[in-house]
Design a protein around this ligand. Structure first.
Ligand SMILES: Cc1ncc(COP(=O)(O)O)c(C=O)c1O
Length: 388
């Protein structure tokens, strides 16, 4: 048999999803893969029940149902003052995962380079490879996860750099980029004429006093920003696979075509049901922020009581816990033993870093109080069970 593709030969299975399997094997409380264990808003699921009877059940327009795109445009203007044409500037995709892939394929030629901050959401490495591009990593330095402007410029000005990926708020480190940081990124993007492809899936999960800024709204950035986003986290519907790209008409026109060949379209009945969510009043988003603030407080206060060191997230729903005191050389082994001996699932931090970083594991806290309390009870004895 001929060899399978060279391009994908180096792919490993996702460490995040592997840790879910390990957690299941040991009946551990799974705080690895980031999805909520609570229900989506009832208004959305009630509407889905109605839609089951009345449809639509056939293909929607390939770039997304009209009312869904109109609701997205309204919401974007409401939160960021950004006027978006629902016809020429939005493509609805199967999650932000497809949005990012379609954006990358629309922008990159084989051999182009893409700048990625490290630590990073693990899909970006694969997305660059699938689109034929080569990643260049720029470190976000712990514990504050700040970047060095000179290092960023040195990366951006390398030959062949076409785009920068900006995950804001950031998974896994919980960083919310400040306006000053975004201005510095924007200045370089304009100076070196590169696109900024954003991943803003945690835009509404930001803890006071931090606020999310959409980089597209900075001067000169509207035409070079490709926003990738989704409904997965904001409405607790990760399984519905609803995401979108927002960009200028020229870019969107290309993304529409790539998307059409990748997936044809997002699920028509789910788009129809989710419109209700996109029309929620501000109080929904305030409630969401309060709910996540509560979960963060419950979980991080518990970690503090146990005496573990961790990064306090500004946004998203992850905590990086420093495991250096346990003396493990491999954070992967640590996570496997944590699931087996302590009964809590986590993701090894090394799967997010380009640098040889072995000192962190990542927990997520998008869970019901009882689930988080159970995890904390188990973690209380972590030193007894995990010390090497
Ligand atoms: C930063 C980031 N981007 C994208 C995704 C996936 O989003 P979607 O469900 O919209 O594909 C995740 C999921 O955990 C994520 O953390």
């Amino acid at each position: 048999m001929k060899r399978l593709s060279e391009r994908t030969a180096g792919f490993t299975d996702s460490v995040i999803r592997r840790m879910t399997r390990v957690s299941n094997q040991y009946e551990a409380v799974n705080l690895s893969q980031g999805f909520p264990d609570f229900d989506p808003p009832k208004e959305i699921t009630d509407r889905l029940a109605e839609i089951a009877g009345i449809g639509p059940h056939q293909y929607a327009l390939t770039w997304g149902a009209q009312n869904f795109r109109e609701a997205l445009a309204k919401k974007q203007e409401h939160f960021y003052g950004m006027k978006v044409d629902p016809d020429s500037e939005i493509v609805v995709t199967c999650g932000s995962t497809e949005a990012m892939m379609a954006a990358m394929m629309s922008v990159c030629n084989p051999g182009d380079r893409v700048v990625i901050f490290s630590p990073f959401y693990e899909n970006y490495g694969a997305d660059t490879i699938l689109s034929g591009a080569e990643p260049i990593y720029v470190p976000l330095k712990p514990p504050a996860f700040t970047f060095d402007g000179d290092e960023l410029e040195a990366a951006v000005k390398q030959p062949g750099v076409k785009a920068l990926i900006l995950c804001n708020p950031s998974n896994p480190c919980g960083k919310v980029f400040t306006v000053e940081e975004l201005k510095a990124i924007a200045e370089l993007a304009i100076k070196y004429d590169i696109y900024v492809i954003t991943d803003e899936v945690y835009e509404h999960i930001v803890y006071r006093p931090y606020e999310h800024t959409c980089i597209a709204m900075l001067p000169g950035m509207r035409e070079r920003t490709i926003i990738c986003n989704s409904l997965s986290k904001t409405y607790s519907i990760t399984g519905w696979r609803l995401g979108f790209v927002m960009a200028s008409p020229e870019i969107t026109d290309r993304v529409k075509k790539v998307h059409d060949f990748l997936t044809v379209g997002a699920a028509a009945p789910l788009m129809e049901a989710a419109v209700v969510g996109l029309q929620f009043p501000d109080s929904y988003y305030e409630g969401l922020r309060d709910h996540y603030t509560h979960m963060k407080k419950l979980f991080t206060e518990g970690l503090q009581e146990i005496g573990l060191r961790f990064t306090d997230p500004q946004g998203a729903y992850y905590v990086l816990v420093d495991i250096s005191e346990f003396g493990y050389e491999s954070d992967l082994l640590f996570c496997e033993e944590l699931a087996r001996k302590v009964g809590v699932g986590a993701v090894p931090g090394s799967s997010f870093f380009k640098e040889p970083e072995n000192r962190y594991i990542r927990f997520h806290f998008a869970k019901q109080d009882a689930t988080l309390q159970k995890a904390l009870e188990r973690l209380a004895d972590i030193r007894g069970k995990m010390r090497q």
